[in-house]
Design a binder for this molecule. Structure first.
Ligand code: SF4
Ligand code: SF4
Length: 355
């Protein structure tokens, strides 16, 4: 939105972020939390931990779609039930240092929560959030954003993007949306304007990091073919190792499943929603005892199908997976969702094992 953007030193960046804090905004940044990098609210920009920052262990999803949140509280008063809304959290917040894959993952949540039926809790938080992404200056072994249409320099879901220019002490800052423009307004007057040569350097960096990622593409047009493997016996082999631990869903920037529970006693309580996972055995368990996904292969198949078949087929071929690689790196039994898709599509294409 702002042409070539600006070049910011680390000090200028911190001064700007600190000024946003003084304006009353909540600043959420990657911090070192006992050896793990996590997105947390900070009281000064200097707390952000960006040295050798690959990506956070958990995505920033929890600040847009909390792992547990109260929807309303209730109390019984005689024959009446009184309902009370949860006080809204309308504080403006800035998600800073979000990797491009995670910023793209947040847009998948938008598709779910701001689609045909808008979720008011999510919508309110979204309205109050501005996302500043940070382009990657190197890839990690598990990264495969380019295989699903993304890029280490992608701007989807970003209101502002920072690109650390190689060999220089400055980052290129560009705004992408009116929200981004608003966040720099009144601050950028003293910043050094960037030129086309700086944009060219950021493009060179994007290309160089893209070339580090060796994962083969997962073509969008595979969605229908993947869906066609639903009854293929390959899923037994692909999913039998899955433990149903749910780690993959919890660390994923785009997983959106939740459960709703009442927490309280005979007199009062709170209705909460909390993250859930389609790989949990109880996820689809009916009160009757029937479970339409009766075993782990069926549950793991659902995870793959939702990300790579059902969602893209309804959302212009956009994969629900943004290739952050967290589930690949953290699955305790080494299940690799990128490989699962390729195995399924190639088995389906060859007809191998199908009845
Ligand atoms: S992290 Fe691995 S074992 Fe755990 S539910 Fe996901 S695929 Fe299954
Ligand atoms: S499915 Fe795995 S690799 Fe894809 S976005 Fe989710 S956590 Fe990242």
């Amino acid at each position: 939105m702002n042409g070539d953007g600006w070049l910011l030193t680390k000090d200028e960046r911190q001064e700007w972020l600190d000024a946003l804090l003084r304006d009353g905004k909540r600043l959420i940044a990657p911090v070192d939390d006992e050896g793990l990098t996590l997105f947390r609210a900070v009281s000064t920009a200097a707390e952000a931990s960006l040295e050798d920052y690959g990506n956070a262990r958990w995505s920033p999803k929890e600040h847009q779609f909390p792992n547990t949140e109260a929807l309303f509280s209730y109390s019984f008063q005689g024959d009446d039930v009184l309902l009370e809304d949860t006080p809204p959290d309308d504080q403006e917040q800035v998600l800073f240092g979000v990797r491009p894959c995670d910023a793209a993952g947040l847009t998948r949540l938008d598709d779910i929560f701001l689609g045909d039926q808008t979720d008011p809790f999510y919508a309110r938080r979204k309205e109050a959030t501005t996302t500043i992404s940070m382009a990657c200056d190197k890839s990690r072994p598990e990264c495969f954003c380019t295989a699903v249409g993304g890029s280490p320099g992608g701007t989807e879901g970003s209101d502002i993007q920072l690109v650390p220019l190689p060999g220089e002490e400055v980052s290129l800052l560009r705004t992408m949306t009116p929200k981004g423009d608003e966040l720099v307004a009144g601050h950028s007057d003293s910043w050094k304007p960037a030129g086309p040569e700086d944009l060219a350097k950021s493009e060179d960096l994007r290309v160089a990091v893209e070339q580090q990622i060796e994962h083969a593409p997962l073509a969008p047009e595979w969605s229908a073919a993947l869906e066609g493997t639903f009854d293929h016996p390959l899923w037994e082999a692909v999913g039998e190792r899955c433990l149903g631990c749910g780690i993959c869903a919890y660390v994923c920037p785009s997983c959106s499943c939740f459960d709703v529970t009442d927490q309280g006693n005979a007199y009062c309580g709170t209705r909460c929603r909390s993250w859930d996972s389609c790989t949990f055995a109880q996820f689809t368990l009916h009160a009757s005892g029937h479970n339409p996904r009766p075993d782990q292969p069926a549950r793991y198949r659902q995870r793959v199908m939702h990300k790579f078949a059902y969602f893209p087929l309804e959302h212009d071929d956009r994969s629900m997976c943004v290739g952050c690689g967290r589930c690949v790196a953290l699955c305790p039994v080494g299940i690799d969702i990128h490989q699962s898709v390729r195995t399924a599509v190639s088995a389906g294409a060859s007809g191998e094992g199908s009845s």
